[in-house]
Design a protein around this ligand. Structure first.
Ligand SMILES: Cc1ncc(COP(=O)(O)O)c(C=O)c1O
Length: 305
């Protein structure tokens, strides 16, 4: 089966053809990175399309803009409806990635952005399979440090923040790794360019807190809850770089990456170099939830049809 071609996008309250959704070259966001975005997944289980943790993504979407006084001129309900109606309009019947975003429009070269500054909002979507090899990836610690709350708040999901992610990704690919791991400004483990990180030591999960410049990941939160159900404790605390080399298991979490095992870091094998036991157990439950096969977490999924 050929992947669907999404013909329509949602732009400022209307569903229009993709080719008709254009912006002027003086759009502020192009010049200064003044955009906010979210990434969601829709999971097709051959009967219905389920959007994972839609409300939580919309909450973070709105919060990100508050940091910079960039206004989202649509209610949560309107954004929810935009996403669902766009899935329907594109007749999506396979797993997809959904990208809502809003950005500063025409504002000249003025850096004084306020709640009144003109903004636009849009939603696009496209077919999406696995981002990484599910058998595990090789990661390397980056020489670039993660952006920090002292200058560029990493908890706000802004377009401009991803310049830091791009630098780390370029370096990791140059060095033959699949993905980068960034340290925060103090040298503790922070996160990957587009994923949170967990390490497992002695059957305990450890993950860096937001104060280590780690995004408040929705997949991360899901994993902590699933792990708790399975009887595993998660400790959110600073993780010095060295500890990562002591780990029994390491995995990344993110909407796009889902739960991706890391089997080597800086050329050193993690555990036995295979998908870890606990990582595997959590991943199976996560996958069942996204596919609508786990009643306990049915509140996390929104059916489209
Ligand atoms: C920098 C960064 N960290 C972590 C994540 C994981 O967040 P989530 O699980 O909400 O997708 C993402 C993806 O959105 C990200 O871009």
């Amino acid at each position: 089966m050929k992947p669907f071609v999404p013909k329509f996008v949602w732009f400022d309250g209307k569903i229009i053809k993709d080719e008709d959704a254009n912006v002027p070259v003086m759009t502020h966001a192009i010049h200064y990175g003044t955009s906010v975005f979210e990434g969601l997944r829709g999971y097709w289980n051959s009967k219905n399309l389920y959007i994972f943790r839609l409300n939580d993504h919309i909450k973070r979407f709105r919060n990100s803009g508050k940091v910079y006084s960039i206004s989202l001129r649509f209610t949560d309900k309107e954004i929810t409806n935009a996403i669902i109606s766009l899935c329907k309009k594109n007749n999506v019947k396979e797993s997809c990635y959904i990208r809502p975003f809003y950005f500063v429009g025409k504002h000249g070269i003025n850096l004084h952005v306020t709640e009144k500054t003109p903004t636009h909002a849009a939603v696009v979507m496209f077919p999406f399979g696995e981002l990484f090899n599910k058998n595990g990836i090789k990661a390397g610690v980056s020489s670039w440090r993660r952006i920090n709350d002292i200058s560029t708040p990493p908890l706000a999901k802004m377009g401009g923040n991803y310049l830091n992610s791009i630098l780390a990704t370029q370096e990791s690919k140059r060095n033959g790794y699949d993905e980068a791991i960034l340290l925060d400004h103090l040298g503790n483990i922070s996160e990957a360019p587009g994923e949170n990180i967990f390490i497992i030591r002695d059957e305990k999960l450890l993950t860096p807190p937001p104060s280590s410049s780690a995004l408040e990941g929705i997949t991360k939160d899901s994993v902590i809850k699933i792990a708790k159900d399975l009887g595993y404790q998660t400790i959110e605390r600073e993780i010095p770089r060295t500890e990562i080399y002591f780990s029994d298991e390491v995995f990344l979490t993110g909407t796009a990456a889902e739960i991706t095992p890391v089997i080597s870091i800086d050329g050193k094998t993690v555990g036995d170099g295979k998908v870890g036991k606990i990582t595997g157990r959590i991943r199976t439950i996560y996958s069942d939830i996204t596919m609508g096969k786990n009643k306990k977490y049915s509140k996390w999924i929104t059916p489209v049809y």
